[in-house]
Every structure is written in C-alpha cells, then in structure tokens.
Design a protein around this ligand. Structure first.
Ligand code: COA
Length: 405
C-alpha cells in the first residue's frame, strides 16, 4: 500500500487507496464538511462575500463594527443597532484586573502570540458558569471576546516595552481604540481608516484552518472560550496567520526594490517559499490584497514609501520567478502580503502582526462557533492506519535491555 507519509512534500496528497477504496486527502483540499451562512470564498474568480456582501463593497464602505453585527446577527445594522453594538463593544473592553496583573508578571521576552493564547484562555476563569461548570456561549460572550482581544494585544505590547498598559476608551472605534491603547494618542484619520479596513477584510474567511479548528472544538460542545483558544493556537503557524511577520522579514532583508528578483531566486534555490504568495482557495490574486496594497501605499504617503515600494517590487519579482519555476501553478499575492507593509507603517512590530490578525478574525471565529453550536454534529474524521500490523504484546520482563523485539 502506498504510504501517504512518505509521499514527496508539495505534491497533491489525495490518494486513491486501491486496496480499501478509501480516498485519503491529507489537506482536506476541496473536501466539503458543512454549510455556512457566514462567508463564501470563490477561489476561481477571486470573490469573497460576507453573508452575500462583496468584500469590495464592504472594505471601503462599512466599518468593523458593522461587519461584526452582520456576522453575529445576520444583517447589516440600522443606525440604532450600529450605535448599540458600538456601545456594547466599547463598554466591555476592560480585562479582569487579576488577569491584567498576571500579565505584568510574565517574562518580558514572551512571544505576543503565546501571551494572547494564554490570556484568551484565562478570560474563561472570570466568566460565570452554570452548576455543570459550563460558560454561556452566546452573542453577548462573542461581543465580549471581540472587545477584549485587542486589549490583551495592546496591553502586552506596552508591558513588554516596560510601559504601563493604557485603559481602553469608550468613545473610540475598535480600530482607533486599539491604536490609542498602544500609544496613548488618538490616531490620525488615515491610520484609523487603514486599521479599520484591515479588520473588515480579515473578519472572516469561511473554513480556514483556525476557524475550522474553532468549529471542531465547539462540535464537542466545548464552550466559546475553549473554541477561541483553539483558533488562536491554530492561527500562529506561517502557513496561516504567521505569514505576514515573515513577509516583513523579507522586506527588511531586501532593503531596496531592485534587489527583489535576486532575493526571490536565492530563496527558491534554498527550497524556501515566498511568504504572502499562494493560497489554497484562490487561483487568482486574493481580492483582499488590492485594498491592503492601497492602504500600504497611502500610509507611506509622500515621506516613507519604502515598504510599499519594496513590497510592490517583490510581488512583481515573485510572480515572474514563480511563473517560470512553477509553470501552471497559480501562485499570486494573498492577504498577508500587503498586511506586512500596512501594519508596519502603522507602527506595529512584525512579531505582533498575527495578534492583530486575531483582532479581526475573532469576529468570524465567534460567529462560526455560534453557528456550529446552533446545529451541531461532532466533527470526527477517520485516518487509514499505516503502522505495523497487529502483533503480540511482549511484557516488560521479557523485553530485556537488548534490541526491541
Ligand atoms: N512560494 C513558493 N512556492 C510555492 C508557494 C510560495 N509561496 N506557494 C505554493 N508554492 C508551490 C509549492 O512549492 C508547491 O510546488 P511543487 O508542487 O513543485 O512542490 C505548489 O506550489 C503547491 O503547494 P502546496 O503547499 O501544495 O499548496 P497549498 O494549496 O497547500 O498552498 C499555501 C497554500 C498558503 C500553504 C502556500 O501557498 C504557501 O505556503 N504560501 C506561503 C505562506 C503564506 O503566505 N501563507 C498565508 C496564506 S493566507
């Protein structure tokens, strides 16, 4: 029998196991596991919609709070509903005091994603439980989590720099308040808009790895805190939410736009990947990339266009070289590519990019968890066993210290 684990990396790992008639697809590529009303990724035409609204219309016209309402309650809010969700978010931003005090005792070298994962899990300790020890998983808890994740990220940003955390404000949007909690200054309009647009673009993306992980956890009837903790843990890898930090590393190493092509050729020659390029679903350029590209360009303004210019040159070089070296493979810029120059231009250090991704995706995660819980079925796939055949157990006394039996 072909051993799936020994297949060369990178080839499509959907094997037809002739002996058993079982289809094995290690990446679940193209496998449909459920329905969702929340978002739709149409990879062939490069369209992303949230509950039927095209991201190209939402990004320039809707704020993050409107998108939270759309995902959690099923429709875009009226003026009154928008004001209500803004107030609910704004008044739930504070972290429980003991949790914040606990953060002050963490090693200052702790990686921001480790801190976020730990403290998100810790939020459950301060949420009421019923006599069976269960937390309530509903829209209210979802709003609380959406409100508090940015507070954790901003508080750790300051603590690790030796600064006092800043209390959240009630009169600012999610985006403006996040930037305010990092610096103590209300951000300019252009910075607020850029981050708000980023949060809108990142809010949901169907059954991506972290969302799927949240749904798997929720499907066991675990609560929303457990499911969000799974999602944060799954987001961190560089094939998912960890990519933009690596994109920034590339931009910093390249230093000048004209060095891009040589850099890409050397990277591929070492067998590495160009971060921020390629996508499991999109066979064309990720529709979110154009909005982030515009943001990165606008943030550079007249003064420091460096990061945008290097990113632009890198995308051109990567597209050209990947087209030559992987003919027939549709590898284009994904959402993470221009996330890097956008967030960096907002003054956010690259090792916090994944945490900022979580500040947007928490809207989608919570909406998916509630959708899963409303019509639940345990998610439990199978695997074909490829280990040794059944054989007799040898007791410890008979095993001796020599070779394994
Ligand atoms: N750089 C170089 N080669 C790439 C590539 C990239 N960014 N993305 C895909 N490829 C190549 C692979 O090397 C492989 O080539 P091979 O068949 O010659 O071995 C082929 O394209 C298919 O790759 P595979 O990993 O099977 O595709 P996938 O559908 O699982 O890939 C990603 C999706 C996102 C994991 C992949 O494109 C990637 O690793 N991108 C970089 C990381 C990134 O940006 N992640 C954020 C995603 S939003």
């Amino acid at each position: 029998m072909a051993n799936a684990w020994k297949m060369p990396l990178g080839c499509k790992l959907a094997l037809f196991m002739a002996q058993t008639g079982t289809i094995v697809d290690r990446g679940l590529e193209g496998v449909v596991v459920n329905h969702t009303n929340l978002s739709n990724v149409e990879g062939q035409i490069g369209r992303l919609t949230y509950r039927g609204y095209d991201i190209n219309e939402l990004a320039p016209n809707a704020c993050f709070e409107e998108v939270c309402h759309l995902l959690l309650f099923g429709q875009l809010p009226t003026t009154k509903e928008l004001s209500s969700i803004k107030t609910r978010l704004a008044t739930r931003r504070m972290l429980p005091e003991p949790l914040l005090n606990g953060m002050l005792r963490l090693p200052l070298t702790a990686w921001p994603m480790d801190v976020l994962r730990t403290i998100v899990s810790g939020l459950a300790l301060f949420s009421p439980v019923n006599p069976h020890g269960e937390h309530v998983s509903d829209e209210n808890t979802a709003i609380e989590l959406i409100a508090q994740v940015p507070t954790i990220v901003a508080a750790w940003d300051r603590i690790r720099r030796g600064l006092e955390p800043i209390e959240p404000r009630h009169d600012l949007s999610q985006a403006a308040n996040f930037l305010y909690m990092r610096t103590g200054k209300v951000p300019d309009e252009i910075h607020q808009t850029a981050l708000d647009t980023y949060l809108v673009l990142l809010a949901d993306h169907s059954f991506n790895a972290s969302t799927f992980s949240a749904r798997v956890t929720a499907s066991t009837r675990a609560d929303i805190y457990a499911a969000v903790t799974s999602a944060v843990a799954t987001l961190e890898g560089d094939l998912h939410g960890g990519a933009p930090s690596k994109v920034m590393t590339m931009l910093l190493e390249i230093g000048k736009p004209k060095r891009s092509e040589t850099y890409v050729r050397q990277l591929l020659a070492r067998g590495e990947r160009v971060m921020g390029m390629g996508h499991r679903e999109y066979k064309v350029r990720d529709p979110r990339a154009q909005h982030l590209e515009k943001m990165a360009k606008a943030l550079g303004g007249a003064e420091d266009r460096r990061w945008y210019q290097i990113a632009r040159a890198l995308e051109d070089a990567a597209s050209k070289v990947l087209h030559e070296e992987k003919p027939g493979r549709p590898i284009y810029a994904n959402v993470e590519f221009y996330t890097a120059p956008t967030l960096y231009s907002l003054g956010i250090p690259s090792d916090e990019f994944t945490c900022v991704f979580a500040c947007g995706r928490i809207a989608g995660w919570t909406a998916h968890i509630l959708e899963q819980l409303k019509d639940n079925r345990l998610i439990r796939p199978q695997a074909t066993y490829s280990g040794p055949e059944v054989h007799t157990f040898v007791p410890i006394e008979a095993r001796g210290n020599g070779k394994h039996p």
